[in-house]
Design a protein around this ligand. Structure first.
Ligand SMILES: [Zn+2]
Length: 131
């Protein structure tokens, strides 16, 4: 993208402001990590995002391109590990995956109603690779 005739930063629309904030926090961590390793350049950043984290993957990728500019992570590969939702049943101790969000799920094994979400809310830095 050639931005030479436009402002230094593209204008952010309101729908991805949330993701930009997340990316700013993540890249602050990345920068601190790189500084601790002699300011080496970062070649890959991997975030772990749960299906219930309330984050739009596409917006997050866009945010990475914008926020990483001028940082040690500029030009690095950006990857997302998506974590599916897993619910725990206290009735039969089964942990099962669900496709969609929600608060109450029916156990596929015993039919109990379960509300304990064990995975799917992750929003964390998974891995940083440096050259
Ligand atoms: Zn069950």
């Amino acid at each position: 993208m050639n931005l030479s005739r436009r402002s230094a930063r593209p204008v952010l629309s309101t729908h991805n402001v949330h993701e930009v904030g997340i990316m700013e926090s993540a890249l602050a961590l990345v920068a601190r990590h790189a500084a601790g390793h002699g300011d080496r350049r970062v070649s890959r950043v991997v975030l772990r995002i749960g299906a219930l984290a309330g984050v739009e993957i596409e917006s997050l990728c866009f945010a990475f391109g914008v926020v990483s500019r001028g940082t040690v992570a500029e030009g690095a590969d950006f990857e997302i590990e998506e974590v599916p939702v897993a619910v725990y049943c206290h009735g039969c101790h089964l942990e099962f995956a669900v496709e969609t969000g929600g608060f109450i799920f029916t156990c596929p094994n015993c039919g109990d109603l379960c509300g304990e979400i064990r995975r799917g809310r992750e929003l964390e830095l998974s891995r940083i690779e440096m050259t």
